[in-house]
Design a protein around this ligand. Structure first.
Ligand SMILES: *Cc1c(COP(=O)(O)O)cnc(C)c1O
Length: 391
């Protein structure tokens, strides 16, 4: 079965719900047992990690449907849901790290994930070190006897560097370290983490899986080896996700393959157009032939999503504001992966530890939504004309 088909069918069991196409939304904490024997059996099944509904926090058919679908698409053993993408990132790292450990985080990792390493884990005697996202197999030199986790993300948040995941995974595994990947940008459709050596793969389902900017869900998928520890951590931290949000995520997933093709097509056309504007220093999008990460992207990835970065040459803040402020179709806001186009200004120099950001011009991120590409191009063209008028 191809992914486009899996996206539609994985995790759905209409035969279990009187034929309903989508799984019902179970709002449940208490699950009643008819007698003592049933109660004891449920407890045993739960302890042994067998299927069944024992308590709301420990899984329901609504949660199981999405977990099964994501595990199938990621190509991992099993998946657990978290209340947000960041909770999933933290949960995946906490699965692998213990007091006294050293962990390595890509310098291009999602900002709040960086902070989990430098602030939260520090309280538990764990040392986080940032590394150059382009380090590849050279990561070997940074591995210490107590390095337990390498956090990778490709392309990186905001700056879109491609990482050589197989080379990093090989070095990690030689030394008994685990690889945690944030696979949100590519989604499980455009990168297969477990074919490239990843041990735990994170999805901020909030983005493309939900796809409509109206719910927050995170997911961690594990290899069979990493699964028991992930499950234990998830249980101990009391993690779960709200049934309505999970329902929206599984509903969004069904159209994700179709949506992503359009996000990719529009982002590529926009990125090419933007890169030709004289005020643009460079465009950060590995699907562009001119991007330094293009070769790695082509080797390991199956597609590109709709999110990319733009670095402007040194223009005044007023000129930058003239570009951004008059945009009619691109909302100014955080997050991405919904049907709508967005822009978000950012300064990479605020989130660097191991590497130096070379450019001084203002940067912004574009999420190409599902509007007409012609309209998106015209709106961006008007923005650059306003910038030019101020310069
Ligand atoms: C948004 C995002 C997250 C966090 O997801 P939330 O659901 O907003 O907590 C994690 N990683 C990446 C790459 C993201 O873009």
């Amino acid at each position: 079965m191809r992914d486009e088909t899996k996206v539609v069918h994985a995790g759905r069991h209409p035969e279990e719900f009187e034929g309903a196409v989508n799984p019902p939304v179970y709002h449940v904490s208490t699950v009643l047992s008819p007698d003592l024997a049933d109660w004891e059996q449920k407890k045993k099944d739960y302890a042994a990690d067998r299927p069944g509904m024992y308590y709301g926090r420990h899984g329901t058919p609504t949660l199981n449907a999405l977990q099964e679908a994501i595990a199938t698409l990621e190509g991992g053993y099993r998946t657990l849901l978290f209340p947000s993408g960041l909770a999933a990132c933290a949960g995946a790292i906490l699965t692998c790290a213990k007091a006294g450990d050293h962990i390595l985080i890509s310098d291009s990792a999602y900002g709040p994930t960086r902070r989990v390493g430098t602030r939260f884990l520090k309280r538990f005697g764990i040392t986080a070190e940032f590394y150059d996202p382009l380090i590849g197999g050279g990561i070997q030199a940074l591995l210490r006897p107590n390095t337990s986790v390498i956090v990778v993300e490709a392309p990186g948040s905001l700056t879109f560097e491609m990482q050589d995941i197989p080379a990093i995974a090989e070095a990690a595994h030689r030394r008994g370290a685990m690889v945690v990947m944030d696979n949100t940008w590519a989604t499980p459709l455009y990168f297969k983490p477990f074919e490239h050596g990843v041990d735990l793969s994170v999805q901020a389902a909030t983005k493309y899986i939900v796809g409509h900017s109206d719910a927050m869900v995170g997911a961690v998928t594990a290899t069979k080896e990493a699964w028991p520890k992930l499950r234990e951590t998830h249980i101990d931290l009391g993690q779960t996700a709200g049934p309505d949000d999970v329902y929206l995520a599984q509903r969004g997933l069904r159209t994700m393959a179709t949506r992503l093709r359009q996000h990719w097509e529009s982002a590529l056309a926009l990125a090419e157009w933007v890169s030709r504007q004289p005020e643009v220093e460079r465009v950060l999008y590995p699907a562009l032939g001119t991007d330094p990460g293009h070769a790695v992207w082509k080797r390991d990835f199956l597609g590109a999503s709709g999110l990319f970065g733009v670095v402007l040459k040194s223009v005044s803040h007023d000129a930058f504001a003239a570009l951004i402020d008059g945009l009619e179709l691109y909302g100014i806001g955080a997050s991405w992966g919904g049907f709508e186009s967005l822009v978000m200004p950012f300064d990479p120099r605020e989130v660097r530890g191991a590497t130096r950001w070379p450019d001084t011009g203002p940067c912004f991120r574009i999420h190409a939504g599902l509007e007409s590409l012609d309209d998106l191009l015209a709106d961006m063209d008007a923005g650059f004309k306003r910038l030019r008028a101020v310069t």
